[in-house]
Design a protein around this ligand. Structure first.
Ligand code: PLP
Length: 397
């Protein structure tokens, strides 16, 4: 038997990926019996009507493959609601693709549009999938900082010159996430117009992750960059059921994009997944028929949770960056005197019994997040109370 020369069985692309820190923190929480304020999933029930719709769809034998790009009922419901929410008229036959969660929607989009040598601009701190998704797609991520507020209640902001400097002839896309994870920033119209102007000037696509669209506080307004003049033809809007309907395990999301890009996304989506879960798409159509009061109660419910957790964090020594959207709070941990966020998060999960996410996992250069950790507050009041009791031990430390 001849033996071939040594070669790696692994792709160069994945060689530099680390395991998802957020998902790892959930495992750590389980290991140490800690209260999990790390990963962004609710610990309360999903709406009864939506669950019933899923049960009925399974009972009615909607159990085979749905149309690759999405069940007609769900696409029609999306068209109706996007018309109401964004004032956008979209064609369900040529501009919509239902995917297996926003996660798949983002990577399918990047795979559909990127070529080797392309660059993708990503704001940091970032939702941790964007960088690896760009690399999987053959592109190079290029990061632009969102700078933390310097005054209490201030905004995370980007520097216009830093953003402009990131745009080049080989920039394919910019990823925008508003309302933002992890900062809670809601991009203003002026900021989105600035991004729009650069996208038009450099002929760049905007990929906008709007999964927290309905979770807004203090009068903040969500603006979809696709609705700005000149952007409809260069925007892929991504959204999903996970956060709006508290069904993160269902894996139903979608893209809205111009027909040529939709066509490309549909091909990638088909070869990757064949289609999103058929009965859960039926339930998606039911979810999208919930009345406007559902969305008001959703946002108000999360506001109450935010205002439950933040005072506790402040009482025990965290400096909180107050979110205006989404369901996370980024905090500054300098007061605790730990050398870095990872050792602090480890101490917190092992000794105090609360899981958070180390801030460095949201930055390319870990030093930028070395004194930050993120907490998720999409939890029942009793979970936040139990976390509060444990966190108070920090004060006595
Ligand atoms: N995008 C952002 C900004 C997120 O925070 C998350 C989950 O935390 C996702 C996408 C994942 O969404 P989905 O469950 O639809 O894949």
């Amino acid at each position: 038997m001849t033996v071939a020369p040594q070669k790696s069985f692994l792709s160069h692309k994945v060689a530099h990926f680390t395991e998802s820190v957020i998902r790892e923190m959930t495992r750590q929480a389980m290991l140490h019996g800690a209260i999990n304020l790390s990963q962004g999933f609710p610990d309360f029930p999903a709406p009864a009507e939506v669950k019933q719709a899923a049960q009925q769809a399974i009972a009615a034998d909607v159990n085979q493959y749905a149309i690759t790009w999405g069940a007609k009922k769900l696409r029609d419901a999306l068209v109706r609601q996007i018309g109401i929410w964004q004032g956008m008229t979209i064609d369900p036959e040529t501009e919509l693709t239902v995917c297996c969660g926003s996660t798949e929607a983002i990577v399918s989009t990047l795979l559909a549009v990127c070529n080797p040598g392309d660059e993708v601009i990503i704001f940091e701190p970032f939702y941790e999938n964007y960088g690896p998704d760009s690399i999987i797609s053959g592109a190079k991520p290029r990061f632009v900082r969102l700078h933390p507020p310097t005054t209490p209640g201030g905004e995370w902001t980007f520097d216009e010159r830093e953003l402009r400097a990131a745009f080049h002839h080989n920039t394919k896309a910019i990823v925008v996430n508003t309302p933002n994870n992890p900062t809670g920033k809601v991009f203003s119209r002026a900021e989105l117009e600035l991004i729009r102007d650069l996208c038009v000037e450099f002929n760049v696509l905007a990929i906008t992750d709007e999964i927290y669209e309905h979770i807004l506080y203090d009068g903040a307004q969500h603006i979809s960059i696709a609705t700005l003049e000149g952007m409809r033809e260069r925007t892929v809007t991504i959204n999903g059921m996970s956060k709006t309907y508290a069904v993160t395990g269902w894996r139903v999301g979608w893209t809205i994009a111009p027909p040529a890009i939709t066509n490309a996304i549909r091909k990638v989506h088909d070869f990757l997944t064949v289609g999103a879960p058929a009965p859960l798409q039926e339930a998606g159509a039911a979810a999208l028929s919930l009345p406007p009061s559902y969305y008001q109660e959703l946002a108000e419910g999360y506001r109450v949770k935010r205002d439950h957790l933040i005072p506790v964090l402040e009482e025990v020594g965290f400096r909180c960056f107050r979110p205006r959207g989404a369901y996370y709070v980024m905090t500054d941990i300098s007061a605790f005197g730990f050398p870095d966020d990872v050792s602090f998060a480890k101490y917190l999960v092992q000794e105090i019994g609360v899981a958070s996410v180390p801030g460095s996992s949201f930055y390319k250069d870990p030093r930028h997040g070395a004194q930050q950790v993120r907490f998720a507050f999409c939890k029942r009041p009793e979970t936040i109370d139990a976390a509060a009791e444990r966190l108070r031990k920090l004060k006595k430390r």
